[in-house]
Design a protein around this ligand. Structure first.
Ligand code: PGA
Length: 261
């Protein structure tokens, strides 16, 4: 994993956005995997700015979101459908038929999950997957002890995740306890991955994911198997990394180092 520490959340978001730009410059019809949550908001704001001010074109892009809560309609303010529409899709020129987000209301989850995996394959696989990380080390909703070979499926959320996400709901009891999520195995098939984390409450999860053993207790640690993963952090999220100086050294010595924005 390549670790890129930026001084602030804003510069981290801008640096990560440049990864998306590079992929779209090389392949205007790229397939991009997208994440929800607080972390990628700055990245999405920067992509919207690049679209408006610099003409970044999404007209041929196809997107696959990682996950969706079970039981929330696409119009529910906390559904990931709603989040993506509000924070990204309505502001860029992506055709609606190019957007894939797991359904939280299907009557047959098993069949839906198989269909979703097949759609990813039919689109040629994911070129760039965007990830956040949970405070319990999860990627998407692959909670601790999820199989590192898992595929898209229905998943019961961990109590810590329900607690983390309760901040978005009026009552903790309104937080769904199930989600449909891409599996760790699905995510690892992306050609390129960027994982973003900011804030002190992610520092332990990041240290365990990047420098700890590969374990299903921290599903983000499975990214150590992936040949092209970059981890974008702000200062606080990098706070528990033992090899921090080495990561900076690598960036300084690289001729094509991503620049601090
Ligand atoms: P957050 O969630 O970006 O809201 O912190 C990340 C995650 O749970 O994957």
């Amino acid at each position: 994993m390549e670790v890129i520490v930026q001084p602030t959340y804003e510069s981290m978001s801008r640096a990560a956005a440049q990864e998306v730009v590079s992929v779209l410059n090389a392949k205007p019809d790229a397939v991009i995997g997208l994440a929800t949550g607080s972390t990628p908001l700055g990245l999405y704001q920067e992509l919207v700015r690049l679209h408006r001010e610099e003409g970044l074109d999404f007209s041929q892009v196809r997107t696959f979101n990682l996950d969706e809560y079970v039981g929330l309609s696409i119009h529910h303010p906390q559904s990931y459908h709603h989040f993506m529409h509000e924070n990204l899709f309505q502001h860029i020129n992506i055709p609606p038929q190019n957007i894939y987000i797991p359904s939280g209301t299907t009557s047959n989850y098993r069949a839906f999950c198989e269909w979703y995996e097949q759609q990813i394959k039919d689109c040629g696989g994911i070129d760039l997957q965007v990830l956040g990380i949970g405070s319990d080390g999860h990627i998407a909703f692959n909670e601790p002890t999820s199989s590192l070979g898992s595929r898209t499926r229905l998943k019961t959320l961990a109590e810590s995740t329900i607690n983390d996400n309760a901040r978005f709901f009026d009552n903790r009891k309104d937080v769904p306890i199930y989600a449909i999520t891409m599996g760790v195995g699905t995510i690892l098939e992306a050609r390129q991955i960027i994982m973003l984390a900011n804030g002190r409450n992610k520092a332990t999860a990041i240290a365990r994911a990047v420098e700890g053993p590969i374990t299903s207790m921290i599903t983000a640690s499975a990214l150590q198997w992936h040949p092209l993963t970059r981890v974008y952090l702000d200062e606080e999220a990098s706070g528990e990394l033992m090899m921090r100086d080495y990561y900076n050294w690598i960036q300084e010595k690289k001729p094509d180092s991503p620049q601090s924005c």
